[in-house]
Write a protein that binds this ligand. Sequence first.
Ligand code: GDP
Ligand code: ZN
Length: 462
Amino acid sequence: MANTDNDTIAAISTPVGEGGISIIRISGDNAIPVAQKIYRGKDLAKVPTNTINYGHIIDPDNNEEVDEVMTSVMRAPHTYTCEDVVEINCHGGLLATNRILQLVLSYGARMAEPGEFTKRAFLNGRLDLSQSEAVMDLIWAKTDKSMKVALNQLDGNLSHLIRKLRKDILDVLAQVEVNIDYPEYDAVEEMTTKMLKEKATEIRQRIEALLKTAKQGKVLREGLATAIIGRPNVGKSSLLNSLLHEDKAIVTNVAGTTRDVIEEYVNVNGVPLKLIDTAGIHDTKDRVEKIGVERSRKALDAADLILLLIDNSEELTAEDRELLEVTKDKQRIVILNKTDLPNKVDRDELKKLVGDDKLIETSIVKNEGMNQLGETISKMFFEEGIENNQSSVMVTNARHIGLLHQADDSLGDVLKGIAAGMPVDLVQIDMTRSWELLGEITGDSYQDELLDQLFSQFCLGK
Ligand code: GDP
Ligand code: ZN
């Protein structure tokens, strides 16, 4: 749906729960009149724009005070949505916040769909599509680095690059048009083909350079799927807890008690890890545990990084060897844990089994070796230089990556067409196609379904 409706929309814009304050955001032509109906304080219709006003929310039905609030009034067009916006800062607490939202809804606003505020900002021309997506990335950003990438995109840096690519393609197409008007000269035809080939090749290189940033970008955006594995009691839950700095998983002394696969995000030296705690890979007759084990095998397949724990205080078991074997082709770090206890592991054998992979020694209970683990993880992923690359554009969004690949393919078709001696006007079609595909990244060309699908991923109130 395009923005055909003039509804005034409202939603709670802060995380719902026991916060210090909550914000109810209202946007649209009636934002101010709606707020005024349930507000006792200054006349909001008369207060200057961009002011915060002290007052009370009342239920007009019975004149009962609902909450003491600060109300921000921001008039169009210089607001987030380019519409009139009122934000009611209330005391938080689920009850009061919901009650105010209900009042706003019964006095003329409708509930905003997820992402609808940002969608309006886009439709009213304030943000382009990749910038709107950056808003979403910012909301979900897991580390400082993912934040920087998203901010960069919000600034429009990716958009600038894409628009430049599109402009260059358009220039080529225009030049081809001009040349086609003089078909009687053979030399022109030859020149046109040569230019098309050079330009398509050059633009392709620029697209491919962008695509190269996607792998690291994806890690920053979605987190690095990390499986912590090891036989029961080696310290998997302890490691998870230590990384999370809180006691989320259940740590016990009974072997095999971490039964659920838990997913948590944690920031390790700038790398967002999506941690999957597993019950370890081992045969078991216990049905409940078996579910955990099967899931663990899946987790192992899905993992980008394996943290494999070995217990320093016990001799290597068949299960340790099996785990070392099944993970040997994966990106992994082997962690020899419980180094505070007397050593029983044959180091030479272990080193042989670990091969060229990283081997780190820790005592998780004594908090030893954790820094080294963090540094090793960050080196593994930033070696190829995100660090030196922070100011430049990085593609992080799966939709953008897909479109860039398609645009790249279309340009590939241009080159194939030329090589096969196809007429210029046919080659032109593929060139135009790449221009359109790139336009979908910035939303310069878009379809309504895309918009609906995209903005629906936002959380409510954004
Ligand atoms: P899991 O079954 O692999 O998840 O192992 P847990 O994390 O539940 O740990 C099993 C037991 O080993 C617990 O009692 C932990 O406190 C203990 N443990 C974990 N790491 C260490 C360590 O580095 N040194 C010592 N001495 N005990 C540890
Ligand atoms: Zn555990």
